[in-house]
Design a protein around this ligand. Structure first.
Ligand SMILES: [Zn+2]
Length: 94
């Protein structure tokens, strides 16, 4: 390895048109799926998500590490919030 040499290839950008249209569609669909998954994350945590939507949510989470990461963060926030609420009322159920 020659550390003194900077590789110029890192700056190489592939034009959008070069990708096959099918790849672009798959990417877009995934992006939409990610966005809608994250949009309902708090509803899911609050158990306000309809069962049909839950299944879709969970199956997306199954294959999307980025959404799992976001979910862990959201859950942490929700737990902190709920813990604060429980400290006031102590209403445990089940
Ligand atoms: Zn995702």
């Amino acid at each position: 390895m020659h550390r003194g040499q900077i590789r110029v290839t890192a700056g190489h950008t592939r034009p959008r048109e070069a990708r096959s249209s099918r790849d672009a569609v798959v990417h877009d669909l995934r992006d939409v799926e990610c966005r809608s998954t994250r949009a309902v994350m708090h509803d899911y945590l609050d158990r306000r998500l309809p069962a049909r939507r839950v299944r879709r949510f969970e199956s997306h989470m199954d294959g999307c590490p980025r959404c799992i990461r976001a979910f862990i963060d959201a859950r942490q926030t929700a737990w902190t919030r709920k813990a604060a609420a429980r400290n006031r009322s102590w209403s445990w159920s089940g």
